[in-house]
Design a protein around this ligand. Structure first.
Ligand SMILES: C[S@@+](CC[C@H](N)C(=O)[O-])C[C@H]1O[C@@H](n2cnc3c(N)ncnc32)[C@H](O)[C@@H]1O
Length: 277
């Protein structure tokens, strides 16, 4: 995808005006399509459907990941990204940490690190963050399309793979960074809905698609069913502090365009209006 083409993943529809709503690569990630519905409500146990263990595939993927981590580590993109955390966003992160020493990281919707570069770059970024910021705790990862090989490589890289599909509904009972690059709107919405309380929202940091851009483009999807699953995203805008990240070069555009840090600071219960979706 050319860097000039503005994109954002919110639905399976393409709109006009140079802003394309990206297809979420369903056709390419169909191998476990039956397990990948975002809208389902109940948590369910999950295991990769292909249980095949292939050591040579695994070591090839570990090497691929190591090259990717090195590439991003040396990049101007990563230096800018890290600087932003240490400067403009730092106070907000500290507020979420409060008196806790660690902020756990939950990665939802990483995609296939075996098949595509954007998921590899996104995972590399998360791994570098944990390496460079001592206050980042354990990393848990879940995507229903992960293969057995990918799950084992994730463990080799120091992450835990969840055995439950939470459908994005983890409650932030302690400081938690939700790392959800380019996920579908429903997954962000599920997460907000599950945490729609003052004492939970204050524990959350969310990295993902820009909520501001969702709001700006809502008018383009006036009759779309997607609006039914964006209620919490739109309602949260009133108390969201959003910090856009810079992709800096085309190398990082596909993996990180239109991404932001989001922190939530509703002051009063009354700001948390009742929302159906
Ligand atoms: C639009 S893709 C983005 C993939 C990757 N982050 C990227 O930018 O290429 C959204 C991802 O969310 C995953 N997903 C769907 N339901 C999920 C769930 N309940 N929990 C976690 N991830 C889920 C899909 O399998 C898919 O890989």
């Amino acid at each position: 995808m050319a860097a000039s083409e503005k994109t954002l993943t919110i639905n399976n529809r393409a709109t006009s005006e140079g802003w394309t709503v990206v297809l979420p690569r369903r056709s390419r990630q169909r191998r476990k399509a039956t397990k990948s519905g975002v809208l389902e409500e109940k948590q369910e146990p999950w295991t990769p459907t292909d249980s095949l263990i292939d050591p040579s595939k695994e070591s090839t993927l570990v090497q691929k990941m190591e090259r990717c981590i090195n590439k991003i580590d040396k990049s101007e993109f990563y230096h800018t990204f890290r600087d932003q955390i240490q400067t403009s966003v730092a106070d907000y992160f500290n507020r979420v940490l409060g008196s806790e020493i660690k902020m756990q990281m939950v990665i939802y919707g990483i995609g296939s690190i075996e098949l595509y570069e954007p998921p590899r770059l996104q995972l590399s970024l998360a791994i570098l963050l944990k390496r460079d910021f001592s206050w980042i705790g354990n990393i848990e990862v879940f995507d229903p399309i992960l293969s057995a090989t990918e799950s084992r490589v994730l463990e080799t890289l120091g992450c835990s793979v969840m055995s439950i599909n939470e459908f994005g509904r983890r409650e932030a009972l302690k400081p938690t960074m939700f790392f959800m690059p380019h996920c579908e709107a429903e997954l962000y919405n599920n997460l907000l809905q599950a945490n729609w309380k003052l004492n939970l929202l204050k524990n959350m940091v969310l990295f993902g698609n820009s909520f501001e851009t969702y709001e700006q483009h809502v008018s383009l999807c006036k009759n779309s069913p997607i609006l039914n699953s964006m209620g919490h995203i739109l309602a949260a805008r009133g108390f969201t502090n959003e910090f856009r990240i810079q992709t800096v070069s085309d190398d990082y555009y596909n993996a990180f365009h239109d991404s932001s840090w989001h922190l939530f600071s509703p002051a009063l219960e009354t700001e948390l209006q009742f929302i159906n979706s």
